[in-house]
Unconditional design. Structure first.
Lengths: 199, 219
């Protein structure tokens, strides 16, 4: 067997430093190589979700300046973005709110689409880590996620009384409801006031 | 070469990390609900284990004993991050499914355990055999476990969007198979099967517990 390097201070520092240096360089290269693609994948997933919940819109733009106040309105639910949707003529047609409420085993990142009057147009889940076969029913159970369509952002708590959870996926269902109610609060407190002045 | 094959085979049979050494179980039980997820988890582990074995073994004479653990951890964490970024870029759906379990390979005791117990003391040639054998042993068991759980727990096996096998409609899948009790139940049967097989083929009783392997000659 090869002789082991002696445990002198120099050897010890040298071994750790050299390892870290090589590791750091290798990781930097990997990161640079994959960065573009990772951003692209995330954008594509988000874009697909926004398109799904805001039917028939011309273009969608991120509303960065509203994120701070919207984060406050969302309360305990993490807010990940606010989007303006325009129709083909360029007039404001609705809003996309991306939120990540806590599910059974991690955040459920989703987009809630609202029209100009704050009525929910659709909900689309981008990423989640719910229990396969149980919590994942929030996506796979036909017709379930459509129950949120028509909820009123201006009076979201009244709409939320009609909520129907999936048996065996109570906490995953509640996560989606919490996301939609947070989006409703964002509409009531921030977006509804924006509408006149924005475009 | 005989020695190489011997070391390689140990990781799959009598020193299998899951059924015999019983290390790295938490990730195994958690991600074995879907075949495709389990398969890529297995591949990720083979890559990380293989690469870290090679590196640890080739620099073993340069690393003083007192700093070996930080050095191993940096090496392992780097390979895991490479896997993490690559999967995120090219297999976003699988990455979403595996979630936190990919970064957690860093603290999987199977990987650090093999660096400590094997690669740090053995030539590169054998370290490769050990890394690949252990990784393959892990993959075979996790894929088997996931196939059983997905098929009988959800009634079908879906692989990369294509439905491979579906059970007839009258079969009502018991949801418990997809939850942790189901993982333990199925895993228990796999351990029994592996033990029966090992005892039969090696002609000796392989006694196991969480920490060591005691071999007794019975013939």
């Amino acid at each position: 067997m090869a002789k082991r390097a002696a445990s002198t201070p120099l050897n010890m520092i040298g071994a750790v430093l050299a390892t870290c240096l090589v590791a750091a360089s290798a990781l930097t290269v990997t990161y640079e190589l994959t960065r573009e693609r990772i951003i692209e994948q995330e954008r594509a997933a988000e874009r697909a979700a926004l398109d799904a919940v805001l039917p028939g819109t011309g273009s969608i733009e991120s509303a960065e300046e509203l994120v701070a106040s919207a984060t406050e309105a969302a309360g305990s639910v993490t807010l990940q973005g606010v989007y303006r949707a325009y129709d083909a003529a360029g007039a404001l047609s609705g809003w996309g709110v991306r939120v990540a409420p806590r599910g059974y085993s991690g955040p459920v990142s989703m987009v809630v689409g609202l029209d100009r009057d704050g009525s929910v147009l659709g909900v689309s889940i981008i990423t989640m880590s719910e229990t396969p076969g149980l919590g994942t029913k929030i996506v796979t159970q036909e017709g379930w996620i459509e129950q949120f369509v028509g909820w009123q952002g201006a009076d979201i708590d009244a709409s939320a009384r009609e909520f129907d959870a999936i048996a065996g996926a109570t906490r995953s269902s509640a996560a989606v409801r919490n996301g939609v109610t947070a989006a409703g609060r964002v509409y009531a407190e921030v977006l509804s006031a924006e509408e006149g002045g924005a475009q | 070469m005989r020695e190489w094959i011997e070391v390689f085979k140990r990781g799959i049979s009598i020193d299998n990390p899951l059924t015999v050494l019983m290390i790295g179980l938490c990730a195994t039980l958690a991600v074995s609900t879907k075949l495709e997820g389990a398969l890529f988890m297995g591949l990720a582990v083979i890559f990380v284990l293989g690469m870290s074995s090679i590196i640890v073994s080739s620099i073993r004479s340069l690393v003083p004993e007192q700093v070996r653990i930080p050095v191993f951890i940096v090496i392992i964490a780097s390979f895991v991050t490479v896997v993490d970024l690559t999967m995120k870029a090219f297999l976003p759906d699988i990455y979403t499914f595996l979630g936190v379990w990919i970064p957690l390979i860093v603290v999987n005791c199977m990987i650090l355990g093999r660096a400590e117990a094997f690669s740090y003391h053995q030539p590169v040639r054998l370290a490769i055999a050990d890394g690949l054998g252990m990784g393959l042993g892990f993959s075979i068991v996790i894929v088997l476990l996931a196939a059983i759980r997905e098929l009988f727990g959800s009634g079908e096996i879906v692989f990369l969007g294509a439905r491979l096998i579906a059970l007839p409609g009258w079969y009502r899948p018991p949801g418990v198979l997809l939850l942790f009790p189901g993982a333990f139940l199925v895993f228990g049967f796999i351990v029994a099967l592996a033990k029966w097989y090992n005892t039969r083929t090696s002609g000796r009783v392989v006694q196991t517990d969480a920490h060591c392997t005691i071999e007794e000659g019975v013939r």
